[in-house]
Design a protein around this ligand. Sequence first.
Ligand code: E4P
Length: 215
Amino acid sequence: MKIFIDTANVEQIREVSGWGILDGVTTNPTLVAKEKMDFETIVRETCAIVDGPISAEAMSTRSEDIVKEARKLASIHKNIVIKIPMTEEGLKATKTLSKEGIKVNMTLVFSPAQALLACKAGARYISPFVGRLDDIGHNGMEVVAQILDIIDNYGFDAEVIVASVRHPGHVVEAAMMGAHIATVPYEVLKKMFKHPLTDQGIDKFLQDWEKVAKR
Ligand code: E4P
């Protein structure tokens, strides 16, 4: 499974890229708003760090404007993927852009029906937001399983990005059901390292090794 980081913080991207496990990056307007850097600088610096798909969101609402914005963003770097919210106008823009070879990540997907339409419009990535579904009492991972089945049934050329990940359990579930990608916040990636038995084990080995060294 590919692991993306869900952040617009260039330092976090640099650090996690150094771990050797990072395949791509997703950003969104809320994540960008948390940073001091301007959007284009964030996108350019990210492309210089990570050699993989970098999602940048188009914020226009009419399909013609989304297409214009997307072309401009895509011209920044070959790895840019345009994130487009799941709307009627977004679908129209996705169709146009996919014909031009510009990759689209259809975002704010909350149902298998939306995902099916996104696939048919030519979206290369589909982002179901599992955490936000869980937050309202639905089962986000169930929606991921349904979308994976649909992609598999018809051989759509699309990958699922499990998004709105809240904890390592979401990532494990995504991997167990064969989701293509999980986009994971920095704090959750850090938690994925941790296990108390690993820490205890290292402490014990270090103590015992000191005894060996004293011999
Ligand atoms: C996905 O691409 C989004 O940026 C993100 O996963 C949204 O997550 P949130 O629900 O934590 O805002």
